[in-house]
Design a protein around this ligand. Structure first.
Ligand code: SAM
Length: 249
């Protein structure tokens, strides 16, 4: 699938009001990522692709004194965060593309389920690793929503999903950037009563971009004929690159 930055921005702008009530997996992953962090005392933190602030919310319970910089491509996501954290002077904001941002040196760069939207993940991770003492991120890996892809394929419909790296390639990339990288993979599953419910879920999450499904006629037939629930699996890779770690179990 090809997608433009404008597509992504617009999809997440539209999803901002529905994101929090829809993004249950993203919420779990954000809290898990913060839980996996080593014992740190970061004075400065960047939350990259902050969305509505799940990661920052979790970090604020641990690091109240730190300064935070929240970056997101979506004006609406940033506007929502500015409102939510209006009382906190320690938080600054930027509407920006993670691939072209001029990062300052910082103690911790953290990002939950956002870097899969990078146009050049290798270059992005390399930049982040050069700017922060610790980089902690989650991203989707190959096999995410495989059930959905399979269903589309057997019905002759080409996949509208993002191309995702394999767990193996991504682990190798992280280890090349930092040999002490801690990597863990986790699967999360969700079941939807109908295909339409799944499509609505994707839209409310902002995960629909670009031209979407091309073969509208076949897709309509599939929606009408598929009466079983649809279970989809998120394959999430957690990576922590830095010097000091508590072991991940
Ligand atoms: C799935 S949401 C995750 C949001 C948040 N990190 C969370 O844990 O809920 C992905 C976020 O990444 C942002 N995003 C996508 N592409 C981006 C880019 N190129 N630069 C900055 N942010 C981007 C989206 O606007 C969206 O808010």
């Amino acid at each position: 699938m090809t997608w433009t930055i404008t597509d992504v921005q617009s999809a997440f702008d539209k999803a901002q009001p529905t994101y929090d009530t829809t993004a249950t997996i993203q919420y779990q992953a954000a809290n898990q990522l913060v839980d996996y962090l080593p014992l740190l005392n970061p004075s400065s933190i960047i939350d990259l692709g902050c969305g509505t602030g799940f990661v920052t919310d979790a970090l604020l319970t641990k690091y109240k004194e730190s300064s935070y910089h929240l970056i997101d491509l979506s004006d609406q996501m940033i506007a929502g965060c500015q409102q939510k954290y209006a009382d906190l002077d320690s938080i600054t904001f930027a509407t920006a593309n993670m691939d072209h941002y001029a990062y300052s040196k910082t103690d911790l760069i953290i990002s939950n389920l956002a870097v899969q939207w990078s146009k050049d993940l290798r270059a992005l991770l390399s930049t982040l690793a050069s700017k922060a003492s610790t980089v902690a991120f989650t991203t989707l890996t190959h096999g995410t929503f495989q059930e959905w892809e399979d269903l589309l394929r057997i019905n002759g419909i080409s996949s509208p999903l993002l191309p995702l790296p394999s767990t193996q390639d991504l682990s190798q990339l992280c280890h090349n950037l930092n040999q002490d990288s801690q990597i863990i993979s986790k699967d999360y599953q969700l079941t939807f009563p109908t295909i339409s419910a799944f499509i609505l879920y994707l839209r409310n999450l902002g995960a629909t971009t670009g031209k979407g499904i091309q073969d509208k006629a076949k897709f309509k037939t599939l929606i009408q004929s598929h009466k079983e629930p649809l279970t989809v699996t998120y394959k999430v890779l957690f990576c922590i690159m830095g010097k000091k770690y508590k072991p991940i179990s």
